[in-house]
Every structure is written in C-alpha cells, then in structure tokens.
Design a binder for this molecule. Structure first.
Ligand code: ARG
Length: 267
C-alpha cells in the first residue's frame, strides 16, 4: 500500500500509521491527544490528494518525500495557531470525503470546492482561494472552448467538481465522452499519449502541468457553478469555527496573500 510509504516518509508514528492504514480510526482517532508522551498536544490529521500542485504535491528535492504546497502551508499555520500537531494523509481525491465521514481524517484540504451536494455530508470553512476551470489539450489542437469538445474524449478527476461540470457540458455537447481518472498526472499522460483529447482542470493546476509539458496548452472556460477552495470537516465538527477564525486572521494580516504569491505567482 502506497500510503504506508508516504506515512512513514512523513514521520507519522507507527501506532497512528497502523490505525490509519488499517482504517480502524474513528472520529476521535483522527483528532485526539497524541498518546501518553505529550498529552497536551492534540494530533489533527489532514486528508489530501497530493497530485495537485501548487495546492499539494510530493516534493522529493530534499532527498526525502514530503507533501508540500499552498494548502499544506495554510494547514501548518492553522495547526500551530490552534496548538495541534499536524499529520498529513495522502489518498485519491475520490476517497477524501468518505475518509472524513468515517473519521479516518479530521479535516480535508485538497483545493476542494464547497458544493451543495458535498454540504449534505460535510461542513466547509469559508473560502480561502478562488479558481476557474480550463480545457487542457495538445498544443495546436484548437480545443479551446466547451463547444470544441464535440465528439471528443475528455478526462476529469474522479469525484471532482470538474467531473460534475463535464457531465453537465456533455448533456449539451454532442458526442462528448468522459473519462474519469483518479490522479491528475494520469490525465496528463492520457492526453500526451493521445488516448483522450482534452481534460477539464483548474486554472492554477493546469498552468503548472502545461508549463512542465510544453506540448500541452490550456484555455480558461466561463465559470458555471461554485469555484474556489475551502476546508472540509465532518458534519457538526467544532473545528470549523476555530479554523474560520484563523483563516480570517491570515487574510486580514496579509499572510494569505504572501502564500498566494509564494505558490501561485513565482512560476
Ligand atoms: N476543486 C475541485 C473540486 O473540489 C478539484 C480539486 C481536486 N483536488 C486535488 N487535490 N486533486 O472538486
């Protein structure tokens, strides 16, 4: 199981790792005092899908495998402000809300957009970042607007709002066929290999992947429905309110702006 490797790489204690990997954690397990050794510092587990630079991704440049990004920096600030010890658990995007509902993670930060459908099962913080959808395709393909996707195979991340948005588009656009995949890098590979024609991906993420793959291009499409990122919590969680306080503070102090500059503007 891949998560075992990334958990140990992140230095998660054996006990907690076993609890997480075997999936026997309850709501309390993902958000409780960290064993006997340091009873005063509570561990909080963040669930994420680290295939989404610059929000969250694996960085091996230091020699060890670390999950870094915009969301991770925000989560670290919130955790330190609220006195939690932060642990991060990586999984497929589609598994995040089930993990939250099962209590295997205490909160989710994954560039996740609050939608009415998701709100039926989880609570969300205030928005901390805004985003738009784009069409990613091979350079020169002329696939730049939703109408161009007629008769095309289009990749989307399974369980993402882009999957829902693409389903809506497919109702209007003849012969547009969806291919939902688990990880963004898989989607990018499928386009490069010509097995799909295009994908619908968020702007900042599309910018990064097309920057790294000069044979690809992206075009922003007009927004329909909710956009942006918020933190997700189990329904009724007390964390939502305290997280919101820190998020507001980070916005007011200009720290959020600095993080936006650090992760979204330098490249
Ligand atoms: N914002 C979109 C959503 O909420 C996509 C997020 C995908 N995030 C990820 N870490 N892969 O559905």
């Amino acid at each position: 199981m891949k998560s075992i490797k990334s958990l140990s790489a992140l230095g998660i204690s054996g006990l907690l790792a076993i609890a997480l990997v075997t999936g026997c954690g309850t709501g309390e397990k993902a958000n409780q005092t960290a064993g006997q050794a340091s009873p005063e510092k509570k561990v909080i587990v963040m669930g994420t899908s680290a295939d989404y630079p610059p929000y969250e991704f694996h960085d091996q440049s230091s020699g060890k495998d670390e999950i870094v990004g915009f969301d991770v920096d925000i989560a670290k600030k919130i955790a330190s402000e609220l006195g939690y010890e932060l642990k991060i658990q990586d999984m497929d995007f589609n598994g995040l809300l089930p993990a939250l509902q099962a209590g295997r993670v205490g909160f989710v930060m994954a560039g996740m957009t609050p939608t009415d459908e998701r709100r039926q099962n989880v609570d969300f913080s205030i928005l901390y970042y805004d985003a738009k959808n784009t069409i990613v395709a091979k350079k020169g393909s002329n696939l730049t607007k939703p109408e161009d996707l007629k008769g095309k195979k289009v990749g989307v991340q399974l369980g993402s709002i882009q999957e829902g948005d693409a389903k809506e588009l497919a109702k209007e656009i003849q012969g547009m066929e969806l291919k939902p995949l688990n990880k963004i890098p898989e989607i990018i590979q499928e386009i490069k290999a010509g097995r799909i024609d295009a994908a619908i991906i968020e702007d900042t993420v599309a910018k990064g992947y097309t920057g790294a793959n000069p044979d690809l291009q992206f075009h922003v499409i007009p927004p329909k429905g909710p956009n942006g990122s918020a933190v997700a919590f189990p329904k009724g969680s007390k964390n939502a309110e305290e997280f919101n306080k820190v998020l507001k503070k980070l916005k007011d102090s200009g720290e959020m702006e600095q993080l936006v500059k650090k992760w979204f503007e330098q490249k």
